[in-house]
Design a protein. Sequence first.
Length: 528
Amino acid sequence: MKSFMKGAVLLTLAGLSVKILSAAYRVPFQNMVGDQGFYIYQQVYPFIAVFGVWTSYGFAVAVSKMLADSRVQEHRAIFRVAFWTIAAVSLVIFGALFLGADLLAAWMGDARLSALLKVGSFTVLLMAPLAVMKGYFQASSRMQPVAYAQVIEQGIRVAVILIGTWIVVEQGFSLYTAGQTAMFGAVAGGLAAVGLLLHHFNKAAVHHPQQAAVPLWQTVKKMLAISVSVSMSSLILLIFQMADSFTIFRLLEAGGTGTLQAMEQKGIYDRGQPLAQFGLLVATSLALSIVPLVAQMQKKRKGRSAELYATLAYRISLLFAVAAAAGLTFVMPYVNEMLYRTRDESAALIVFSWQIVWMSLLLILTALLHGIGKVRVPALLMAGGVAVKITGNWLLIPLFGVMGAALAGNLGLAFIVGGLVIYFKRIWPLRFAPAHFYGWVAVASAAMGAAVIGWSIFADGTVFDALPGRPASTLTALTAVPLGAAVFLVIIAKSRIITEKQWYIMPFGRKMAKLQLILNSKKKGDGR
């Protein structure tokens, strides 16, 4: 168990590192290629990422689960079926992306995107070895190779994207060539991960002389069902981005916006993606570490403990999601200029950032439901949410531009979360949080807003007034953000809506528990 927990912690840290790298590289990339170049990349990225997450993550979990639930004699047969199933799926997807690149680009309204789709499609061919080897290591509780492969894959991908893009831009090539270079980064990262996993796999693989067959079609169907269900929550934002790729640029252009301006507007709208990813780090961490304990507690019939972890994961996730979304709301113009040079469409980006709240709750609720074996209804709700997003885009973008797309994203996610809460209450009548919890979160957010807005207006008009726009915005943002965070956390700690003992349960919660003890030193908490 100790070895397993070490591996689980390592895998969690690797997952968070990958998320941080994935969000962080987009800022220097956008600075090099501008809003038009960012539009070019973000139009194609969701296609590659959706199938990458489904195959290398969803299928890896499916392989791991099926190996763990089967007899040792069946492992080789399951391994073989998994490899050829994923290989077949990957070949179909590769063919659709490579051979259908011209058609997909035409549907997006920009024929020059075809070359990017063709380059990125080669990433899909690596998914079969990635998925089965990750699944093998996870099933045998050897998380280290998986964690190292994830970090190396993302690190090489980001390095190729940034260095390659810099060279392409410096040499005066087109922005579409820069986009192709960025797509090649995913191929390079995937090759590195396959090489590393193969090295560990050849050393660790055990050959069992006794073998047993498994029913082919039943195994394939089960594998497909598990892979889709476990990856749906991770895929939903990517599917929303794919919907945006087909609708925003075309609808803006159809509404009378010039081609170049429509591209830039879509690129500005896409600035919200890395901001949302940073805001989702806490929820992602909880889903990777705390929530699986719910399944363990449920199996041991310790309902009280399972309930504790479930409610705590929900409260912490909501708490930090609201803090992130509200914080971005108050400092968005300054953060926008600090990271991306201009304050364009800050209002739309504010609306976009509130998807952090919905998405955090979605991640936690779906993970909790998966922990107790409920996967079908969440998948159906997410399909409904995608339909709401697409419909919202078609109705709202002609009226409000990219603000309409941001609103549609919130509506789609709100639909999913609302359905998940209703469904969760039916199968597990759990009280997520008392009324005073929401009241204190609102008070802390309002106090944070007052402090941040007051300081920003003062700093922007006096302290940093002599500086040019971007340096002034940078200093304002870098001072306002910690001020707002401090105000928010002090009020939350003082309120004790999360007790010290509960903070200690959470990953990295000890510092918050110590702060809370200091602030409430005159009070004796019951720790319940």
